[in-house]
Structure formats: C-alpha cells, structure tokens
Design a protein around this ligand. Structure first.
Ligand code: DX5
Ligand code: ZN
Length: 230
C-alpha cells in the first residue's frame, strides 16, 4: 500500500512499539478505528540502539492485517542490507538514520528504487544541515525528539528549535517535504511540534498507554490540527 504524505495536514502515526506484541493485529485495528494515517514500526538491532525489537517477518505479518501504510523506522547498523527485504515485506515508507550510513544519497536512492518513500532520520545531536545536499533524494525527514531506543521517554525541549531549523532547510527544496517527529509527543506538546513544522506525528505511549487508543489518536489529531498555520 502506498503512503500519501502531506505538508499541509497533520497525520498521526501510532508506534506499535508500545502495543501488546502478543496482540499486534488487534492493536493495529484499534488505532485504525481511531483514524490513524500510518502505522509506525520501530526496528532496532541492539547495536545502533540499546534495544532489540522486531524484524522483517513481523513487518510482513503487520502488512497482511494493516489497512494503513507501514512507516518503517530503521534503527540498525548497515541498513542497506535490509532495505529490499523490508520493502518486499510491505513497508510503504522506510527511514534510515544518517548516523548509520556513510553514503546517505545512495541509501535514499536504494529505498526509492524499491518503490517505498525514502526518509532520513536525525537523532537529537545530529544537525539539520546534514541533509542540505540530499534534499532531492528525500520524501520525508524524521526528527527524533528523544534518543532512539525506547518508547515512553520525555520530549527533549531543544527539538522544537531543531524542527524549525529543519523546516527552514526544507523550504529550500523544489518540492514540499514533510517532517515527521518521533519521541515523547503527547497531547500537551503536539500543538507545539506542529507549530514548529512537524506534520507526521509518531506517538507510542500517548496512544497505547491511554485507556482507549482509538480515542487517543483522534484527540492527538484534533489537538495537532488546531495548531496548523491558517
Ligand atoms: C523510539 C522510537 C519511537 C517510540 C516512540 O526510539 O523510535 O517511535 O516508539 O514512543 P513514544 O511516543 O512513547 O516516545
Ligand atoms: Zn520510531
């Protein structure tokens, strides 16, 4: 399933890292009922980040039940080795950390060659300017607002300035490129991240830690949407 990204609307991407792994199908269906636009899937290798999560077979299973596009966030070393596998498994969007790849332009081109949308991810300490020379190769940018590895961490306040710097850089692109924000986004700060330029909002704990995940998705969308520029 192809993803259609927007720079003018807020899109909510619940992260299944906070779901119940014994009931992934049920938990994906719940956020889809709430209007989730994308399903965010966190792939971790225990090397680039201090956690191990899920791999290609689980993405394939998710793709067989999800009715929304899968947004696969690779937190792994040497991601080029697995891009084709994740695309075949059903990833509509694939993002790689700029800290993990020596040849970012080539990796982004590789993602696009599979038919998936290509994203570059910046950890909190990687400056926006790292993307200056790959604007033409990007379909989206993911700004991490926590150090990657775990859900349920607190939003790093400097991420708002970071979002503005990334938005300034992307304004120089020939095409609109949406910014995704990931880490510690909750109902209380979603308005601020949207004002700072984020349009694709990843939420783990704020969705699956809520008593009613479907309602949590709808509430996040409403709070994000009112913060859009008019
Ligand atoms: C963290 C992951 C996030 C995480 C978000 O490394 O990339 O996607 O699941 O979870 P919350 O929203 O709880 O910070
Ligand atoms: Zn993520």
């Amino acid at each position: 399933m192809n993803a259609s990204l927007s720079t003018t609307a807020v899109q909510i991407a619940p992260s299944v890292l906070s779901a119940d792994f014994a009931h992934l199908g049920r938990d994906v269906a719940a956020v889809e009922r709430g209007g989730a636009d994308l399903i965010h899937v966190d792939v971790m290798d225990g090397h680039f980040v201090p956690n191990i999560t899920i791999g290609v077979p689980v993405v394939k299973s998710l793709a067989s039940v999800a009715t929304r596009p899968l947004d696969v966030h690779l937190m792994i070393e040497q991601p080029d080795r697995f891009i084709d596998d994740f695309a075949r498994a059903g990833a509509a969007m694939i993002s790689v950390h700029v800290e993990t790849v020596p040849h970012l332009q080539r990796t982004l081109a590789l993602i696009r060659s599979t038919g998936a949308l290509a994203g570059a991810v910046l950890t909190p300490s990687t400056p926006a300017i790292a993307l200056e020379d790959v604007l033409d190769d990007l379909d989206f940018v993911l700004v991490m607002s926590v150090n990657p590895g775990f859900s349920g961490q607190s939003f790093i306040p400097n991420s708002l300035d970071k979002l503005r710097r990334v938005a300034d850089l992307l304004a120089r692109s020939r095409r609109p490129i949406p910014i995704e924000i990931d880490g510690g986004v909750v109902l209380d700060n979603i308005g601020q991240v949207v004002e700072a330029g984020a349009r694709i909002i990843v939420a783990g704990n704020a969705v699956y830690g809520a008593p009613d995940p479907a309602a949590a998705v709808a509430a996040l969308r409403a709070a994000g949407t009112v913060a859009l520029p008019r």
